[in-house]
Design a protein around this ligand. Structure first.
Ligand code: ADP
Ligand code: ZN
Ligand code: ZN
Length: 660
């Protein structure tokens, strides 16, 4: 009897044996439908075997072969095994990430029709050409190139030129980008630069039918350029020749629940499996990549200037935050600069990374603050909907007419959000055309697109927006960027907060002066001497990275050590602390048996210690050696599985980006 060993998408690390009815053409990687209990699941054949430890009469048959899905190739199965081992996740769940939607309605044409337009590839400047030559030196060998180039230095042109060369050799290119659904400009540029390439996009907002069609086009080798978000790192690509990770520092490449993986790191692993080059591009590389480039593990390619001479990087001015004469948070210097732009018919972007009217509501009498009953956080005041909203669990309440504690009717909005700024700016510039871009104002489908079009057409004078407007947009008339509220992240408990803030501000700053007119950035701050702002003013990421690296080395934080976090949550605080105490105790024993190469810290509350009614805490494990940490985690996970604590939900986060 032929038996197949199947990986099923369930929360266990073991595989399941089934017998194969005759006539099914099954091979390793085949997608099979089988029954587990009373559920019908799609799994992946890992192995065909002659006999099983399961008694023959207890073996179940395979229901069906999903013959319309080509078998997952060996490199993807190897990648799944790596994800499973490295991130401590069940193999079947890792493989499930690699499959297309199984059943789907008929889909639209899968590959962008090749256009007859002429390719609009620019001729590269000297630095771009040098970078390209270095990247494509040997296209059949694994090598990582870190392309560090300021915003507008022409990184995208280098990606496109490299892609064109690979496509001409009949090889496939995978381009990973953060949030491509928010930045259609990338797709538009690809279409213009590579009109003859068969291109597909892959991201989670596509319909199931489109996702499946695009997946099949990639898997058949028909799609030449695959542009996608983090999940597309798992697409079968028989002719893979190059992987590009654009904005490699962006945290959206890390999946934060379920199977927690980092798509940039997996892109590198996959390139190694396939012996192809990989490009990591960023103006502000992650410190992990930066440190590797510095040590010579990656090729370090730099584009220090903007590609065209007439658009220098915008000067950055730091101005005082709390000054007399500021109206609704807008200081006089920023106000004057906005006025100048209005009279020259140029555009202004005011960036504040907080949506809503005000981050909280305060009683002037007794100091009561509106807080979420289910989370350790304030309720955010929203004026448009006249509601208090929790941005963590989604709880919504009406705005109280008086303080619930003392009855005082004098309730004050505390701090600023996009809605409040919009109102302030409208009062300051009654004739200006203003648009607010945040998650609330773009909820309706297509609304973000029409806002972008209005901005590009020059029908908007002032944009007020969150980070939705920070990335990848190219508005030629935009010459002033004002930044408010950035100080909030300077002294955060999260050790990556300033690295993240610098990247975000450099990206926002990069929106200014991309057209014919010079740009300017004005940042309102109480800490103009902070190293972050000093380096940002000079657009000098190398200087800031040196500061950060020194700090991390001192504290033995990544990239100078490796971390894993056991995250747990429970209704009962007691159950949670019991579980984590036990977990930490087992961890310490385990580590001491293996020469104490991993340090297991005592349980601590998460940065957000309560969310959606659950208590949250964690145990941090740190090691100077990645392999030691990996060996430790595998054994520790097995012990945690045996603790069988049903009242606690837990999972392991390897290389965590935050302690939130
Ligand atoms: P980045 O990806 O580094 O932000 P882009 O590739 O978007 O930079 O380039 C910024 C601008 O400069 C774009 O408008 C692009 O068309 C233009 N550009 C890039 N390289 C060249 C070049 N070699 N010659 C002329 N213009 C260029
Ligand atoms: Zn009160
Ligand atoms: Zn809440």
């Amino acid at each position: 009897m032929a038996i197949v060993r199947l990986a099923l998408p369930v929360a266990t690390h073991r595989l399941f044996d089934y017998w194969l009815p005759s006539g099914l053409d099954v091979q390793p990687g085949s997608v099979l439908l089988a029954r587990l209990g009373n559920k019908k699941l799609a799994g992946v054949a890992m192995e065909l075997i002659a006999s099983s430890e399961v008694e023959p009469e207890r073996l179940q048959p395979i229901d069906q072969l999903a013959s319309w899905i080509p078998p997952l190739p060996e490199d993807l199965r190897a990648l799944a095994r790596f994800v499973s081992e490295y991130y401590q996740q069940p193999i079947g769940q890792c493989l499930a990430l690699m499959l297309p939607p199984l059943s789907a309605a008929r889909s639209s044409p899968c590959v962008a029709p090749a256009s007859h337009a002429d390719a609009r590839l620019r001729s590269l400047n000297g630095e771009q050409r040098a970078a390209l030559d270095s990247i494509l030196g040997d296209t059949h060998a694994f090598a990582v190139s870190l392309l560090q180039g300021v915003t507008g230095s022409g990184k995208t042109e280098v990606y496109l030129a490299a892609a064109a060369r690979m496509i001409a050799e009949d090889r496939q290119v995978l381009l990973l980008a953060p949030e491509i659904n928010l930045t259609p400009q990338l797709s538009e540029r690809i279409a213009a630069a590579l009109p003859h390439a068969a291109t597909v996009v892959l991201h989670s907002r596509l319909s199931d039918g489109d996702r499946r069609a695009h997946w099949l086009a990639a898997a058949s080798g028909g799609a030449q350029l695959i542009v996608g978000t983090r999940l597309s790192v798992f697409t079968p690509l028989p002719k893979l020749g190059l992987i590009v990770v654009d904005e490699e520092h962006d945290e959206s490449f890390k999946q934060q629940d379920g199977v927690r993986y980092h798509a940039r790191d997996l892109a590198i692993y996959r390139a190694r499996l396939r012996d192809v080059p990989v490009i990591l591009g960023s103006a502000t590389p992650s410190l992990e990549s930066y440190a590797k480039a510095k040590r010579g593990r990656y090729r370090w390619l730099k584009l220090p200037q903007r590609a065209t001479l007439r658009t220098a990087l915008p000067p950055v001015r730091l101005v005082a935050n709390r000054i007399a004469g500021s109206v609704e948070g807008i200081g006089s210097e920023l106000a004057r600069a906005i006025g100048e732009r209005l009279s020259r018919r140029e555009q202004t972007l005011i960036f504040i990374n907080r949506r809503g009217f005000a981050p909280s509501l305060l009683c002037a009498g007794c100091g009561w603050k509106a807080e979420c009953t289910r989370c350790a956080s304030s309720m955010v005041l929203h004026r448009e909907a006249a509601r208090l909203c929790c941005h963590h669990c989604g709880r919504v309440t009406t705005i109280p007419a008086a303080c619930p504690d003392c009855g005082n009717q004098d309730l004050l909005p505390l701090g600023f959000g996009t809605q409040r700024l919009e109102r302030g700016i409208a009062a300051l510039y009654p004739n200006a055309r203003i648009v607010r871009v945040d998650r609330d104002s773009t909820r309706r489908k297509g609304s973000f697109d029409s806002m972008r079009e209005a901005i590009a057409a020059g029908d908007v004078d002032i944009m007020i927006g969150t980070q939705m407007l920070a990335k990848g947009h190219d508005f030629p008339r935009l010459t002033l960027v004002g930044v408010l509220g950035a100080d909030n992240s300077l002294y955060s408990a999260e050790y990556r907060a300033t690295e993240r803030l610098f990247a975000l501000l450099e990206q926002v700053a990069g929106r200014a002066g991309r057209g014919a007119c010079a740009g300017e950035v004005i940042i309102q701050t109480d800490f103009p001497d902070h190293p972050l702002y000093v380096a940002l003013s000079a657009h000098d990421y190398d200087r800031f990275a040196a500061t950060l690296l020194a700090e991390r080395q001192e504290l033995k934080l990544p990239p100078f050590s490796h971390l894993a976090l056991l995250r747990a949550e429970a209704k009962l605080p007691r159950a949670l602390s019991d579980f984590l105490e036990q977990a930490a105790e087992r961890g310490r024993e385990l580590s001491s048996r293996h020469g104490n190469r991993c340090e297991v810290f005592p349980p601590t509350p998460a940065t957000m210690p309560r969310r959606a009614g659950l208590e949250r805490a964690q145990v941090l494990v740190q090691s100077l050696n990645r392999r030691s940490l990996q060996e430790f985690l595998q054994q520790w996970r097995a012990e945690l599985d045996r603790l069988q604590e049903r009242r606690v939900r837990w999972d392991l986060d390897v290389d965590p980006l935050s302690f939130a």
